[in-house]
Design a protein around this ligand. Sequence first.
Ligand code: AHM
Ligand code: MG
Length: 336
Amino acid sequence: MAKQNQTLGEFIIENQEEFKYSSGELSRLINSIRLAAKVVNHEVNKAGLVDILGAAGETNVQGEDQQKLDVYANEIFIKTLTNREIVCGIASEEEDDYITITGRNKKNDNKYIVLMDPLDGSSNIDVNVSVGTIFSIYRRVTPPGTPVTLDDFLQPGKNQVAAGYIVYGTSTMIVYSTGHGVNGFTLNPAIGTYYLSHPNMQYPEDGNIYSVNEGNYVHFPQGVKDYIKYCQKEEGNRPYSARYIGSLVSDFHRNMIKGGIYIYPNTSKDPDGKLRLLYECNPMAYLAEQANGSASNGFERILDIQPTKLHQRVPFFCGSKNMVAKAEEFMQNSTS
Ligand code: AHM
Ligand code: MG
């Protein structure tokens, strides 16, 4: 049960037994993420002060320039989880392949794997706009004590045991779920403690915000074009407001609180969309469903999709239930 004024540390301990496989391992894992997030937060917050902005001179697996803070956040999360020997494998947007963690005695009995986007929306850093970390946690499917395999990572999103994000915004927050609703914790930077500020977060069933990069309109499938026209039509509680930060975590966070839909569809240029299934869409879809929202690729529930590749992309429609259902209706009734 969520209590006001609780710290994240207290909340993790008090709610540990709600988790069906509870052995304390998942709690320790979330604790490690909490710690790494504090370190990254500290660095993100000083981004404007020191000369650490700009591309690090490396290109990631998607062919994108990496910003220095992406590299930094990636290292911090990986180091924190590896040093604590708390997981048996990690996959990250910034790593071509998954990482096997063998532990000091070359054996690893940990049950969990983590997939993450250590710093999403990093093109926003240069202009002082919120960015986020996204994480997704599964139990491994291969036997403990053996090295992880790709099968451990290619699980459908419905197998997630926990997921969450950190938003480095006007305040820094951790929002996560272990399958018992979604709770949000705000960092008090003066003392480095996260307090429960948003217990039991819920998407309103309906909303009046649509979030999509309309600059790509000409490349959108007809169903998305039709849905956008529907959003803009004067009728009932429409036209809706258009709000698009271009930082998934922030757009999702606002829509969950206010009611809205986020769309990153397939386009004629990117037939699978832009966002990554395993460490962007699945964790957000898990949180959306835990908060009474929904997430789809336009035709199918995101959490039901069987992944085939670590860095697979997927069209993404996520938000208030009735809005996602309406967008799906437009997608399914259009021919192109
Ligand atoms: P990134 O992983 O390279 O940061 O890209 C993901 C980001 C999302 O946070 C955001 O919603 C989307 O890309 C914005 O893309 P666009 O600029 O094409 O609208
Ligand atoms: Mg990303």
